[in-house]
Design a protein around this ligand. Structure first.
Ligand SMILES: Cc1cc2nc3c(=O)[nH]c(=O)nc-3n(C[C@H](O)[C@H](O)[C@H](O)COP(=O)(O)OP(=O)(O)OC[C@H]3O[C@@H](n4cnc5c(N)ncnc54)[C@H](O)[C@@H]3O)c2cc1C
Length: 423
């Protein structure tokens, strides 16, 4: 899913919100990313999706609007690019954990080589003209914090402003007329390719001083866990399936199969069967108080472990509550459904309903100057002449959208920059 225009803009009511790039700067790279991800043939423009479905885009009023996310047919890029990697001239070192960036001398900015270590103690060094650290949303900060010479951290920003997406099981949905617009309540006719997300409009964010958020109506059938174990058993890696998972799958499988069978054979939507609920995904403030720091314990390769302090502020909570009120107004005024908020939503037990979303962002923020960030708009690591960071840790703000598509767009943009730099 692409981030919205507003996610890149300076929002006066959201401190630290602007990216040093606009959506227009990233758009060509989003298109190239879609090709790599195997979704290039899908409609990239949401309006085109409506034509493809043969339906009109619904008007959700002033506070909400509809958008779509797209799913990769093969989410494991190791499989997608397996043959390309095998046939390329690239040398791929596995089990080689980077442990230190080594400079030509202590004061210089030129990284000369990188040391690596395997879990069984083998060590080595790789020299290069340019280094790109693609270590993931938490590890990028951890790796940089672990370095004794760290010119990128003179402002102490590495690991700061960590963000995830807040995922809230906010309300039950009681459909009253699900047949009329049943795409709200389940997969689209073109199932799996496009998933509808009910977004907070940019105007509503501005008007009510809210963060970005979206909601989805999910079907609460609990079958996901069972199907995931079954896929793991059939397609691997089966060795990683635990006895507990196997037991749960065996107990649950008959119910899931029956439910799937009934949902196929029952033409009308069966709310009692599927028990739909409203799931709200919310942005966290870019200047969050969450952080990644180092613990006093080391891991097997000798790096200090990460310590993560993940905070949920009142701002996310008020955004989620406002979102649920808007959804109640829309679904009830259109008589599509009744939205029944969980009784804990408007109490101090609201965090019982909230989980994280594995969308780790922030920690090595992108900014125009080192006073405000850790990498520059080309993802160049401040304080170095030839090192880059390519991870969602560079996102200054994180919207509500799944991060990987934006990260791949940034990676392609970086590869263009490196190509021109090297030539
Ligand atoms: C369960 C789950 C579901 C998700 N679903 C979605 C989704 O539907 N859509 C979406 O957009 N995002 C999703 N995400 C988030 C997505 O996985 C990340 O945004 C994405 O993987 C980030 O890519 P990356 O290359 O920065 O990091 P990673 O994919 O984490 O890759 C970093 C790599 O660096 C390696 N590494 C780390 N440290 C070192 C070191 N010192 N030396 C050498 N190698 C190192 C790691 O082993 C890893 O292979 C999901 C995440 C999880 C956990």
């Amino acid at each position: 899913m692409e981030f919205d225009d507003i996610d890149f803009e300076k929002r006066e009511w959201v401190p630290g919100s602007s990216w040093p790039l606009t959506k227009a700067d990233l758009s060509p790279f989003y298109r190239r990313a879609a090709e790599l991800e195997g979704v290039g043939s899908l409609a990239q423009d949401d309006d085109a999706v409506w034509s493809e479905i043969g339906a009109h885009k619904p008007d959700l009023g002033e506070e909400l609007e509809i958008g779509f996310s797209r799913f990769c047919p093969e989410p494991k890029f190791a499989r997608v690019f397996n043959s390309e990697l095998h046939h390329s001239k690239m040398i791929l070192l596995t089990h080689a954990n980077a442990v230190s960036l080594n400079f030509s001398d202590e004061t210089a900015t030129l990284v000369q080589n990188i040391s690596f270590r395997s879990l069984n103690g083998r060590e080595g060094v790789v020299a290069a003209k340019i280094f790109v650290l693609c270590l993931g949303g938490i590890e990028s900060s951890r790796f940089l914090l672990n370095q004794s010479h760290s010119p990128w951290n003179i402002t102490g920003l590495v690991g700061k402003n960590f963000q995830d997406h807040v995922r809230c099981h906010a309300a039950r949905v009681l459909p009253s007329n699900a047949k009329a617009d049943n795409w709200f309540f389940g997969p689209l006719p073109l199932a799996k390719k496009y998933t509808p997300k009910i977004k907070l409009s940019a105007a509503a964010q501005h008007r009510h001083k809210l963060l970005n958020a979206c909601g989805m109506i999910e079907l609460h059938d609990d079958g996901f866990r069972t199907m995931r174990t079954a896929v793991q058993v059939l397609l691997g890696p089966a060795v990683s399936v635990t006895a507990r998972q196997l037991f749960a799958m065996t107990v649950d499988a008959p119910r899931v199969l029956l439910q799937r069978y009934r949902s196929r054979t029952t033409p009308a939507f069966e709310s009692a069967l599927a028990d739909p609920f409203l799931l709200v995904n919310c942005e966290q403030p870019p200047e969050s108080t969450s952080s990644i720091s180092l613990s006093s314990k080391k891991d097997t390769i000798g790096l200090y472990r990460a310590k993560i302090d993940w905070q949920i502020s009142q701002w996310e909570i008020s955004t989620i509550r406002a979102y649920v009120r808007f959804a109640m107004e829309f679904f009830e005024s259109t008589q599509l459904a009744q939205i029944v908020p969980d009784e804990r939503l408007f109490t101090d037990k609201v965090t019982d309903l909230i989980v994280d979303h594995f969308h780790h962002c922030g920690g090595t923020k992108m900014a125009k100057s080192q006073n405000h960030g850790v990498v520059d708009p080309n993802l160049g690591l401040f304080g170095t002449a030839n090192a880059y960071v390519c991870s969602a840790s560079v996102f200054p703000s994180s919207g509500f959208g799944n991060p990987t598509h934006t990260l791949i767009a940034l990676a392609i943009r970086l590869s263009d920059h490196l190509n021109s730099r090297l030539s």
